[in-house]
Design a protein around this ligand. Sequence first.
Ligand code: BMA
Length: 321
Amino acid sequence: MNTIPWQERPEGTQDVIWRYSENPIIQRDAIPSSNSIFNSAVVPFEEGYAGVFRCDNKAVQMNIFAGFSKNGIDWDIEHNPIEFKTGNTQMIDSDYKYDPRVTYIEDRYWITWCNGYHGPTIGIGYTFDFKEFFQCENAFLPFNRNGVLFPEKINGKYAMLSRPSDNGHTPFGDIYVSFSPDMKYWGEHRCVMKASPFEDSAWQCTKIGAGSVPIRTVEGWLMFYHGVINTCNGFRYSMGAAILDENQPDVVKYRTQPYLLSPQTHYECVGDVPNVVFPCASLHSIEEDKVAIYYGAADTVTAMAFGHISEIVKFTKENSL
Ligand code: BMA
């Protein structure tokens, strides 16, 4: 078993989530071609970890790259983007790829990302070894973003969270769940949760989107998500948590009214897009009661934060919208 990356809560803070002291863990120029490396996903793999990283190059073309790590903190990212072979359909155009998520289900690692097909939609692919990758049918019509698979079938079907959107910097957005018998045909679309009323919780009043792969807990699926407020200075992205019903994930049991993490440090507030905290992955151990969350900071670098799962669940229940 891998031990997940971890750092104890710093003295003098009661915060439920705390940042890694050596953030950011991946700098913007970690590979020669990159302008920025952020909004990326990691999973346990063999003796260590593997990941799929969003690297925008210096032409600001968005693509996804495989990477490997022994400890989950120091990453070697491939210098060339992932090249997909055909999966369950003919090859689909992809003008760009960004914001990957990775989920291990049954026998393989599934990757979802925002795929440029006449606008953004959800691309799906899989790999067994992070060397050979296969691209499948897009999940949805354009426009959609933030496709996140559950790590197990629910009631016998694959389940995916997503956020229908538009072709630009979407000024709205709610989280839906969809189901598929085969990872190709998606339906039974249900609304999970919406941006909140401004007066109730303004950090998540403009749009919300699923972040990391949901974690099974005794209370239901724990999911980290991003919430956005439109300010006079533009969008500001923070992170909250929700707990969804185990068998019926469109039922939200609890959802944080306060944010868990918001842009406050220099690397979160200053970068290509200031004031962005954007979770896309986590590593967790239920036995050790630990989670390490990976998030993009200011659309420029990749950072980590930690928390105890039981404390996050308790906080989410006690501070629910
Ligand atoms: C969203 C996506 C993310 C990005 C965020 C903040 O619409 O493009 O990739 O992190 O905006 O710019």
